[in-house]
Design a protein around this ligand. Sequence first.
Ligand code: ADP
Ligand code: MG
Length: 633
Amino acid sequence: MQNIIQLLPDALANQIAAGEVIQRPASVVKELLDNSLDAHSTQVQVVIKDIGKTLIQVIDNGVGMSEIDARMSLEKHATSKIQKADDLFNIQTMGFRGEALPSMVAVAQVEIITRTAETELGTRLVVEGSKVKLQEPVAASVGTTISVKNLFFNVPARRNFLKSGAIETRHIIEEFQYAALSRPDIAFNLYQNEQETYCLPAAKLANRIIHLFGETYRKHLIPCEAAADVLRISGYIGNPAYAKKTRGEQFFFVNNRFIKSAYLNHAIKHAFEDLIPKQTSPFYVLFIEIDPKRIDINVHPTKTEIKFDDEKMVYAMLLSAVKKALSQHGGMTFDFDTNSNVDPLGLQVPSKLPSYTTMPRDRSYTAFKQLEGPKVSTQDWEKLYARITPESELSTQQPVLPLSEFTALASPQSPHLMTPDTALEEDTQQLPAVATSPLSQTGSEGAVIKMQLHGRYILTSIKSGLLLIDQHAAHERILYEKYLKQLQNHAGNSQQLLFPEQIHLSVADLELIEAYQPVLKTIGFAIEVFGNNSIVIAGYPVEATQQNPQQLVEHMLEQIKWNQSNLSIPREENAVRSLAKHAAIQPGKKLEKMELDSLVDQLFACNNPNHTPSGKNIWTIISLEELAKRFKD
Ligand code: ADP
Ligand code: MG
């Protein structure tokens, strides 16, 4: 047989290897930033064009490279950071593998301009698909500028595979944030498509956090410090009252390297236990300094995981440090204005919107008011079940509630649940009966009485047993279908706020708002983007007016972000789902009888009353058989 194994051509082998390190534009940003930090820069600028597809440029004022080093830096495994195997256990720099630059030049057109303090002239290198096209002397200031152009120009599959602009941008901003948080002593700038999106002067950590995430954080930061022989912890945790639903704003740095660790995150959550609702996560930016010999960062090529030689000890120290910080502040917020009498950055400029005053809103809207929707008479909802056919979305996951449930207890049949098919048959057979015998006609049978359980469930009796409806899920479905309709008809109902509310957001959130602005407008939001990282909410959807507008917007943003990273749904769908979820009456809300009736009416007037938009069951049945079984001796 003919031999079939061949060596890959160099260019292809390089591209494949590059894929390990450079997966997306954000990987380039990370690697370039790492190099600039390792080069002792004090000022780093990042320039992005067209989500990094056209240009990613990092300009630093670090030590620069000599002519020969610049050329060497492109070779595989060429690094100035370690020399021998032992050095691997004493890593003080961000880089050490010598993989980043060779990977970049394999999949992009790269220009390097660099100069050290020792030479008058710098050097300029142009590389494309791993081939050096040009090297020449050039006038330059001390430091390094690396421009990565047309990323993946020679790997079209990868270029086309890049996610939507919003997602790639978010990854880029994340990498920028990691670097900026890890070194508040370095000044950073980020320009995206000619716009300056971040301008971060060298500052103390607290001010860096505020610069990055917005003015609201000023009041929410609690300092957290602890030191032992082997380890030092420092940084800030967020006030428990400020915990958010997603795991976005949580940052661990080990020896200044951003890392992800579910284990250590657990320590923090543990410390916050009982202080924050389940499923929310506290904000934190925490630095762990540890002898490099006690960690192994060589676990993953993109280096966001590390191993500690004594993980349990780190866990225990973190837990106690966070607990101590929380107890010392006893729920009080750390007030920068009094604790640091200087404000070198002039961060305390008064709000630019003195005319907007925040006043308590009228929260006397009842849930009933929210529940306006398709008009269905209270006792008619049973009929609407008839429309739930097996073809309806996801309906096969759950037995369909057959129409016969509502055709009176007079039916001689024993209670049973039917398969979708038999349900359908029965629907048609018994349809005429519905009009004449809705549940209401069973009078004192109690079937139509609805009861609220623990402020969460609506309980009612049906022929085959007990019907339990999750009130939040039900309202979520109702609102979802309503907003979808509004979106289609471009007819959102907005409730104007008497006193518009200004809220501060991080630049990333602000960008999200801008991207979602048109959709949000159609479903009833009146949001204006202001300078100074803030937005003003002047109106919001009528159905959501029970919620505090600031909280609603914040929760929605979190949800939108979560959906973006976990689902691939279009923007409109994402906005509508997120709004429905957070505008819906929350568990714990007591409902009056009329409200219960209205909620159930509207639920079964929905196109799919079975599931929430994300597929959760809205109701369940405990059959009489099941109940009987429980009482058997
Ligand atoms: P690593 O960072 O793992 O050493 P890289 O491929 O990222 O590998 O970089 C290779 C080498 O190029 C570095 O070790 C460093 O000597 C040099 N280098 C890269 N970027 C810069 C920079 N911005 N300033 C100074 N030197 C740099
Ligand atoms: Mg590097």
